[in-house]
Structures are given as structure tokens and as C-alpha cells.
Design a protein around this ligand. Structure first.
Ligand code: ZN
Ligand code: ZN
Length: 438
């Protein structure tokens, strides 16, 4: 079944009654703006031509009603966030281009939990894929966001790593078997690879199911509660807004450089694509002392690539330049999510080098000979465990590495998604969460 289309709306933002009572939801008749616990209001959709905007399609109503029931479900145990949230921004349905705001009473903080007031949240391409159900059906309504930074506002009685006032972050995971299953932890979690937990899988920060009734909500939110084992210390010297993307884009590029031995002076590292991931890859690989070559189809990326630290720029449409660069790289981080020529990238890699896939193209085609001759490898990489994520943050603190960002108001989120689809952003959009209640 093709993924449902998400028409992105440029309509004005509607504000939940709790946050300003500027409008009453026209899409959800059951919404009660006076209900201060969990009012739901939708950002209005641009109606399809010839369609009156009256009520949402039935599936949307069902989704939201189900959610309102689920909101009343008790908190999950083991320090994971409950449904009781305040000020969440939700993508309501794959069928309509909507965002909505859900507010409710505050979240319970368990003995091992840390509560953060979210200051900023990065906008990752994963958010858009999830919202559109492109990576499987989303659990609507869905609160995206897994580049979450803020200040600790509350800690549970057994918390030892954090105190109120600390700068902290939550990345792509909020738990795994080691926090959400009876002991003992699986081998992957014991070995610091919680992202590959083999006992039930890691619990991703949003759109993950903890049980039949409990779904995780991400960082497009005023606050978040997470078990301390999955909360990261943010380096004091880095600005929180520009450091937020380190929690996904940073670790996604740092980890494969380490895993594939590309984190050493003199290593020749190619980076394909210069979006959120690509920009981070150039900065981090350069900080390791590697010689970075950015490979791109657009010549106007060269200036940015060099600004970020790349020593070389390779225009992939320049056949002569590509030929001259054959076999010149130790490895490539490929961040492109569109279909592209894998054989020519493999050609740039030397003997036993590795092409690491970080993007998610709809399909992947290459000749086996491109691997066989030169004994090359194609590998995948998925974020990183808690320990290496903290190591990455400390490394970025030491080398003063942050993301290129464009800070946005939450009301701009639909436009940001639309621009993300066109790769019209340098680095990352980062939402200033103060705008949620503004
Ligand atoms: Zn991400
Ligand atoms: Zn595990």
C-alpha cells in the first residue's frame, strides 16, 4: 500500500484553548476548550480543492478519541513517560495535513526518572518519515522529536547522575530491556548497544509502543520525563540550541566513523549529502583529523563543504573528476535518502574500504562486482548506544562542535517540513520550545 500523502499546510497556526483560546477546533467537535486536562485542538488543514472544511474524516476522529481515552491510562512503570503531558504538538493523522496540541496534567516522575524542561528540539528527517507513516504505520497522534535538550527540573529519589538545574538531553531512545524488562539485560545492552537490544528492542523516544496502551511521545513538547540511564549530560560550553542535533545527527555520524576505524588523522573520508547528517559528518570527521571529501551533485555546495572543514570537494556529475578519484577514499558516509548511484561511490573507495549507509533511499541497486573487486563492504549504522552517545557529546564539547541550525518557532513546523522535503535547510531546523506557550 502506498504511504498516505501528507499535504503540508501553510495555514495559520491554531492555538490550543489552554494556550491562548484564540480559536476553537473546527475539526474536532468533541474538543472542549474548557477541559484543562487534555484539550485537543488541530492546526487547520488546507482543504482539498472543492472540499469544505467542516469535520475531519472519520478515521481521524477515531484516532483522536482513542487517544483521549489512552490519555487516562496510568503511567507506565520503570520511569518512562506517561501520557500525562503538557503542551505536546502532535501530528494527528496521515490523512490530513494537521498538527494539533495536546495538553494535560503533568507527568509523574518515578524514582529513577529525570524530568527536563525542553528548551529546544531538533527537527530530524525521521520526524517527517514517521509523521507520514513512511516507515510503517505511525501511532497517531504522534509527537515527534528526538533531539531534545533542556534543563533538569525534577529528579527521582534514586537518581544519582543529575540534579535540578543541570543541562541535559534525550536522544533517540528512552529505554531498552535493561530499563524496561526484568533483569538480566541482553548482551547488546550490556555491551552498550542499546539501539540493537535483542530482548524486545530499544524503546525509541517517540512512536514506540511500551504496551498496548502506552506510546512514547517525543520532544516537540514542553517537558519530558525519562529514566536517567537514557539521559545525557550536555557539555556546559556548547549552546543548547545548536547542540540539540548532536543527539541524533551527531551520534549517527560519530558512531560509524569509530566503528569503521575512520576516526584517525590522515584517514580519507568521503561524505555524500550535505544536509543535517552530512554537515555533522564533515565537522566530526575533520575534528578526528581525517581528510574529508564532500561528494555532491550540486557545485554550489562546495563553499559550505569547505567552510565546515572539508579539504576536498567532488562533483559527482563531473566524470573526469570522479575517474581521477577512483580508489582514493578509506570509507564513505552516505547520508542521501534518494535513489542514487551506489556503484560510482563504491568505485571511490579503496581496497577493503566501507560504504556506510546512513540515509534511507527507497531502493538500493549496485553491481556485486563493485564489492567483489577490492573486497569492499556496504554497511549500515544506527545511531549509537548511550555510552558512545555521551562520548560523542564530550568529544563535541572538547572540539566545540555544534550543528548548523535554523531556529524556528513551533508555529513554523509545517513550513519547516515542507522545506525539509526540498532539502531547503542548511544543517538542522531546531524548534525553540518557548514558542509553544507563546
Ligand atoms: Zn533523527
Ligand atoms: Zn537489551
Amino acid at each position: 500500500m502506498p504511504p498516505p500523502s501528507l499535504e503540508l499546510s501553510a495555514q495559520p497556526w491554531c492555538v490550543v484553548a489552554k494556550c491562548g483560546a484564540q480559536a476553537r477546533c473546527t475539526l474536532l467537535p468533541s474538543c472542549d476548550p474548557t477541559d484543562r486536562r487534555f484539550s485537543v485542538l488541530l492546526v487547520s488543514a488546507r482543504p482539498a480543492p472543492g472540499t469544505a472544511r467542516t469535520a475531519p474524516p472519520a478515521p481521524l476522529l477515531r484516532t483522536l478519541r482513542a487517544t483521549r481515552r489512552a490519555t487516562l491510562a496510568p503511567s507506565s512503570s520503570r520511569g518512562t513517560r506517561s501520557w500525562k503531558r503538557k503542551g505536546n504538538v502532535l501530528s494527528a493523522s496521515p490523512l490530513t495535513p494537521t498538527l494539533c496540541t495536546l495538553s494535560s496534567s503533568s507527568q509523574a516522575v518515578g524514582p529513577k526518572d529525570v524530568k527536563l524542561s525542553v528548551a529546544f528540539c531538533g527537527v530530524c528527517h525521521s520526524d517527517l518519515h514517521t509523521v507520514k507513516s513512511e516507515w510503517g504505520p505511525a501511532n497517531y497522534p504522534c509527537v515527534p522529536g528526538h533531539e531534545i535538550v533542556g534543563t533538569v527540573t525534577e529528579v527521582g529519589a534514586e537518581v544519582t547522575k543529575f540534579k535540578v538545574g543541570d543541562k541535559a538531553g534525550v536522544g533517540c531512545m528512552v529505554g531498552s530491556c535493561k530499563t524496561h524488562k526484568p533483569a538480566p539485560a541482553c548482551g547488546q545492552c550490556k555491551g552498550g548497544c542499546e539501539q540493537s537490544c535483542s530482548n524486545g528492542g530499544s524503546v525509541f523516544t517517540y512512536n514506540a509502543k511500551l504496551s498496548d496502551t502506552v506510546v512514547t511521545y517525543g520532544g516537540y513538547s514542553s517537558d519530558i520525563v525519562c529514566t536517567e540511564e537514557f539521559v545525557l549530560r550536555m557539555p556546559e560550553n556548547l549552546p543548547l540550541d545548536a547542540a540539540a542535533p548532536l543527539l541524533c545527527a551527531g551520534i549517527t555520524t560519530y558512531s560509524p566513523l569509530v566503528q569503521h576505524g575512520l576516526n584517525a588523522p590522515g584517514k580519507k573520508v568521503g561524505v555524500v549529502g550535505l544536509g543535517g547528517l552530512g554537515c555533522m559528518a564533515v565537522k566530526i570527521a575533520s575534528a578526528f583529523g581525517a581528510e574529508v571529501t564532500v561528494i555532491s551533485t550540486s557545485p554550489n555546495k562546495e563553499a559550505t563543504a569547505r567552510e565546515l572543514g572539508a579539504k576536498k570537494f567532488l562533483l559527482s556529475t563531473d566524470a573526469e573528476a570522479m575517474k581521477a578519484a577512483v580508489g582514493s577514499l578509506d570509507g564513505i558516509l552516505d547520508t542521501v535518502s534518494a535513489t542514487h548511484d551506489i556503484d560510482s561511490l563504491l568505485g571511490l573507495i579503496g581496497v577493503r574500504g566501507t560504504l556506510v549507509l546512513l540515509g534511507v533511499p527507497p531502493n538500493l541497486a549496485f553491481s556485486p562486482f563493485s564489492l567483489i573487486f577490492g573486497e569492499k563492504k556496504i554497511a549500515g549504522s544506527l545511531i549509537g548506544g548511550v555510552q558512545i552517545t555521551q562520548e560523542m557529546l564530550d568529544f563535541c564539547g572538547k572540539h566545540n562542535i555544534v550543528s548548523e541550525i535554523e531556529k524556528i518557532d513551533i508555529k513554523y513546523i509545517n513550513d519547516a517540513y515542507a522545506r525539509l522535503l526540498k532539502n531547503d535547510v542548511r544543517g538542522r531546523f531546531v524548534i525553540d520550545m518557548a514558542t509553544l506557550s507563546a
